[in-house]
Design a protein around this ligand. Structure first.
Ligand SMILES: C[S@@+](CC[C@H](N)C(=O)[O-])C[C@H]1O[C@@H](n2cnc3c(N)ncnc32)[C@H](O)[C@@H]1O
Length: 309
C-alpha cells in the first residue's frame, strides 16, 4: 500500500516540478512602471468609469488604477499581474483602502485571463502587447465595453477619443501622457432592409454595410435607386448614418440586437421623426485586422522596452 503510494508520487513529481518551472519562468511582457495618479484620474474620467462598472486592469502593478476606481466610484474589479510581489502589494493596498472585498488581484498572465465580465479595461502595456491582445478583446468583450490605455495604442484600430495631459513627475520620456479610449463595436456588417412610408406607398430601402473595427461604410438604395450613404458612425451597439438624394437627407440612429436595428429616422424638410426598424437579411463579418495572430515570440522581441511608442 505504502509502496504503491510512493510509486504514484514518484510518477507525479516530475510533472509537478515542470508545472512549477513553467509558472515561474513566464517572462514579463512589460516592465513595471506605475501610472502617475493624475493620469490614473484622467483615465477613469475618459472611460466614464462609474458605479456599476467592473474594471479589469491588465498588468495591475501596485493596483493603483483599480483601487482608485473603487475608492472614488465604488467600482468592483480585478487586477492581474505576473509579478507575485506586486500582487501582494496591491492586495494589501486594497485592504488598507477598505476596498479589498470588491477589488481582487491575481497573479496570472493577462493573456490567460477571461475578460468577459469587464465593462472597462485599463492597460499600461506596450503597442506590441496591445496588438497581441486585440483578438482576445474582440473575442471576449461585449459591445460597448470601454478600453482605456495609457500611452500605447492598438495599431490600425484608431481610438474613439484621445487626450494628452501634462505629467510633470513622469518617470520616463517627455512630461506628458496620451490617454486613449476605444469602445468595442457591435458588428453591423451585412445587408439590411427596411421600409419607410412614402407619398406613393412604402419605399423599400436596402443598405450593404462593411465594417473595419468601428468604421462603417457601404452603399444604399431606396426603391432600387442609389442614395448616398454618409456619416456612418458606430459606438458600441449604437449606429447612426445619413441617406441623401435630391429629395434631401434622412438621418438614422438606432441600436442593434441580433439581426435587428431599432431606432428612429428624421426625414428631410421639417425634421419629422419616425420609428425605424431594419432587418439583416445577410450577415457579414467585421474586419478586425490581422495583427496579433498569436506570434508571441516576435512580439516579445519587439516589446522589450518601455520606450516603444
Ligand atoms: C507598465 S506596468 C503598469 C502597472 C499599472 N497598470 C499602472 O498603470 O500603474 C505593466 C505591468 O504589467 C505586468 N505584466 C507584464 N507582462 C504581463 C503579462 N503577460 N501578464 C500579466 N501582467 C504582466 C508587469 O509586471 C507590470 O506590473
Amino acid at each position: 500500500m505504502i509502496l504503491s503510494a510512493a510509486k504514484r508520487l514518484l510518477r507525479i513529481l516530475p510533472a509537478a516540478a515542470f508545472c512549477v518551472q513553467v509558472a515561474t519562468t513566464q517572462a514579463s511582457d512589460v516592465p513595471y512602471v506605475p501610472t502617475p495618479m493624475n493620469v490614473v484620474d484622467a483615465m477613469l474620467g475618459l472611460g466614464a468609469v462609474g458605479p456599476g462598472d467592473f474594471l479589469i486592469d491588465l498588468g495591475s502593478g501596485d493596483g493603483r488604477i483599480s483601487i482608485r476606481a473603487a475608492t472614488r466610484f465604488g467600482v468592483r474589479g480585478l487586477g492581474v499581474d505576473l509579478d507575485d510581489s506586486l500582487v501582494r502589494t496591491a492586495r494589501a493596498a486594497a485592504q488598507k483602502a477598505g476596498v479589498g472585498d470588491g477589488v481582487k488581484f491575481e497573479a496570472r498572465n493577462l493573456f490567460d485571463t477571461d475578460l468577459g465580465e469587464a465593462t472597462v479595461i485599463t492597460a499600461y502595456l506596450l503597442n506590441s502587447v496591445n496588438l497581441r491582445l486585440r483578438p482576445q478583446l474582440f473575442a471576449q468583450l461585449k459591445p460597448g465595453t470601454r478600453i482605456v490605455t495609457h500611452d500605447f495604442h492598438f495599431g490600425d484600430w484608431q481610438p474613439d477619443q484621445k487626450i494628452t495631459i501634462d505629467v510633470p513627475d513622469k518617470a520616463y520620456g517627455p512630461p506628458r501622457s496620451d490617454i486613449m479610449l476605444w469602445v468595442i463595436p457591435a458588428d453591423f456588417s451585412g445587408v439590411w432592409q427596411w421600409t419607410l412610408p412614402g407619398a406613393g406607398g412604402d419605399v423599400r430601402h436596402e443598405a450593404q454595410l462593411s465594417q473595419k473595427f468601428q468604421v462603417l461604410y457601404g452603399r444604399a438604395a431606396a426603391h432600387n435607386r442609389p442614395v448616398l450613404l454618409a456619416d456612418a458612425q458606430v459606438r458600441g451597439d449604437a449606429v447612426s448614418f445619413t441617406l441623401g438624394d435630391a429629395g434631401g437627407v434622412q438621418r438614422y440612429s438606432g441600436r442593434i440586437s441580433g439581426n435587428t436595428i431599432s431606432g428612429e429616422v428624421s426625414l428631410p424638410g421639417g425634421g419629422r421623426s419616425l420609428p425605424w426598424q431594419a432587418t439583416r437579411v445577410r450577415t457579414g463579418k467585421m474586419d478586425i485586422g490581422v495583427a496579433g495572430r498569436g506570434d508571441r515570440a516576435q512580439a516579445v522581441a519587439a516589446g522589450s522596452s518601455i520606450k516603444e511608442q
